[in-house]
Design a protein around this ligand. Structure first.
Ligand code: IPM
Ligand code: MG
Length: 350
C-alpha cells in the first residue's frame, strides 16, 4: 500500500513537492511514496485533470499530498476539464469534507505580516472550511442565453443537516484540544443555508459540545474581525465559499501565503488530502523561487493526521522553526534563498 501519494500538479507544484520528497526521504525513509500527474499536466497528457486511475490510487493510499494546480495555459480548456475541476473532483471523490486551514504566526516572521506585530504575534487560528458541499457543488449550475439578448448565470448554494453537522463536529472536537472556543460564520441574516447552518450548529452544540464556548458570527463581520483583532479567534467553522475567502485573509496575517499548509479530512480511517493553500503561482514557476514551506508543513500535517507519526511531525515542525530562526528566508519572506536552498535549510535543521 502506498503511504503517501504525491500529486505535484502545475506551476510551482513540482518544485515545492520535490522538497517534500527530500524531507520525507530523510525523515521517514520507510514511507512508500508514489507520484502521479494531476491538474493541467494530466489534462495535457491524458485529456483529463484527474483520471480514474489517479483517483483510485488516491483513495487507496494513506495520505495524498498535492502541490498546486492551474495556470493561464488552461484558461480556455473546457470547464469540466480545467485543472480546478480536477481538484474539486479529487476533494469530492475522496470525501474530504473538513478542510483544516491553520493560520499560525511563526515567531521569527511576525514582522512579515501586513498587520502590526502585536496584532499577529502568537496568532494561532484554525479555520475549518466545509469542502465538499455548498455553492462549489450545488446543482443546478449553468449559464443560459436569454431570448432578448444577454445571458443568465446560476449557481446553487445548498447544505443538508448532515453536511453541516459533520463539519461542525470536527470543529468542536478540535477546539477541545485547543483553547475550547468555536466561532461559526455564516450569513443567516440573508441566506436560508445560513439559517440552517446556525440552527444545526446550535443544536449540535447543545447536544454534544456544551462544554465548548460557541459564538455565531456573520461572515462579513468575521472578515473584518480577522483583520482587526485576529487573536480573539481559536477555531472558526464555515461553509465552502466563505471558508475559501476567509482563509486567504487569515493567511496574509501570517506574512506569506507561502507558509500555510492545509489538511482535508474525511471519515476516520480514510486518507486525508494535504495541500499548501497557495496556488500554482505561474509568474514564478520553474524559477526555483517558490517557498516550499507550505508544502513541507502540509507533509507535517499528513504525518500527524493520516500517517500516525506525531513524533516525526513534531520533529519536522521544530526543524522548520529552527531554519526560520536561523534566518532562512525565501523571496516572499524578504530573503534570498531559492526553493532548493530552503529545502537544504530544513534538512540541515532536521
Ligand atoms: C483553494 C483554492 C481552490 C478553491 C481553487 C484552486 C479551486 O482557491 O484551495 O482555496 O477555491 O477551493
Ligand atoms: Mg482559495
Amino acid at each position: 500500500m502506498t503511504d503517501l501519494l504525491l500529486l505535484p500538479g502545475d506551476g510551482i507544484g513540482p518544485e515545492v513537492t520535490a522538497q517534500v520528497r527530500r524531507v520525507a526521504e530523510a525523515l521517514t525513509p520507510d514511507l512508500q511514496i508514489e507520484e502521479r500527474l494531476f491538474g493541467g499536466i494530466s489534462f495535457d497528457t491524458h485529456g483529463l485533470p484527474l483520471t480514474e486511475d489517479t483517483l483510485a490510487a488516491a483513495k487507496a493510499s494513506r495520505a495524498v499530498l498535492m502541490g498546486a494546480v492551474g495556470g493561464p495555459q488552461w484558461a480556455s480548456a473546457p470547464r469540466d476539464k480545467r485543472p480546478e475541476a480536477g481538484l474539486l473532483n479529487l476533494r469530492s471523490g475522496m470525501e474530504v469534507f473538513a478542510n483544516l486551514r491553520p493560520a499560525l504566526c511563526f515567531q521569527p516572521l511576525a514582522d512579515a505580516s501586513s498587520l502590526k506585530r502585536e496584532l499577529v504575534e502568537g496568532l494561532d487560528l484554525m479555520i475549518v472550511r466545509e469542502l465538499t458541499g455548498g455553492v462549489y457543488f450545488g446543482q443546478p449550475r449553468f449559464i443560459e442565453d436569454l431570448p432578448g439578448g444577454g445571458r443568465r448565470a446560476v449557481d446553487t448554494q445548498v447544505y443538508t443537516t448532515a453536511e453541516i453537522e459533520r463539519v461542525a463536529r470536527v470543529a468542536f472536537e478540535l477546539a477541545r484540544g485547543r483553547r475550547n472556543k468555536v466561532h461559526s460564520a455564516e450569513k443567516s441574516n440573508v441566506m436560508e443555508t445560513g439559517l440552517l447552518w446556525r440552527e444545526v450548529v446550535t443544536d449540535l452544540h447543545r447536544r454534544d459540545y456544551a462544554d465548548v464556548e460557541l459564538e455565531h458570527i456573520l461572515a462579513d463581520n468575521a472578515a473584518m474581525q480577522i483583520v482587526k483583532n485576529p487573536k480573539q479567534f481559536d477555531v472558526m467553522v464555515t461553509d465552502n465559499l466563505f471558508g475559501d475567502i476567509l482563509s486567504d485573509a487569515a493567511a496574509q496575517l501570517t506574512g506569506s501565503l507561502g507558509m500555510l499548509p492545509s489538511a482535508a479530512l474525511g471519515l476516520a480511517g480514510k486518507p486525508g488530502l494535504y495541500e499548501p493553500i497557495h496556488g500554482s503561482a505561474p509568474d514564478i514557476a520553474g524559477q526555483n523561487l517558490a517557498n516550499p514551506l507550505a508544502a513541507i508543513l502540509s507533509f507535517e500535517m499528513a504525518l500527524r493526521w493520516s500517517l500516525d507519526n506525531a513524533a516525526a511531525a513534531d520533529h519536522l515542525l521544530a526543524s522548520v522553526i529552527k531554519a526560520l530562526d536561523g534566518g532562512a528566508r525565501t523571496r516572499d519572506l524578504g530573503g534570498q534563498l531559492t526553493t532548493v536552498q530552503m529545502g537544504d535549510a530544513v534538512l540541515a535543521a532536521l
